[in-house]
Design a protein around this ligand. Structure first.
Ligand code: AMP
Length: 109
């Protein structure tokens, strides 16, 4: 079972920010910005590459709700999802990084 599936089933602790029946948002363990939240679907998909577009639409709504909740909707934020080897993906469970709370710079690193 992957590390994020273990977070979903409670085997590994995390700081939940928002949750519904399909998605979970929790703080990244190694934050690169003041706000660094990971958003994952509870169902395992290896990456963005294989998520059904219908589920992605619900995930979009969830992320929009999340950024309102944490107060970065108006100040702005960056969404990143790394995909595969060249994309630098370390955890093979689709996740979006939500970065904000301060300026995140021009380039994605
Ligand atoms: P990526 O390189 O896009 O696969 O990003 C994986 C992210 O997961 C990194 O930013 C890690 O800091 C984060 N991460 C790994 N393990 C945990 C954990 N147990 N709880 C929270 N975040 C984690």
């Amino acid at each position: 079972m992957c590390i994020f599936c273990k977070i979903i089933n409670g085997e590994i602790p995390s700081q939940t920010i928002l949750e519904d029946e399909n998605f979970l948002a929790f703080n990244d363990i190694n934050p690169s910005k003041k706000v660094h939240i990971l958003v994952i679907p509870k169902e395992h998909y290896d990456s963005f590459d294989v998520i059904p577009p219908k589920i992605m639409a619900s995930m979009t709504e969830f992320i929009q709700k999340l950024v309102s909740k944490v107060g970065i909707k108006n100040s702005g934020y960056r969404l990143i999802t790394n995909i595969g080897v060249d994309g630098g993906q370390e955890v093979k469970h689709l996740h979006f990084h939500v970065l904000g709370g301060e300026k995140v710079g021009k380039m994605v690193s």
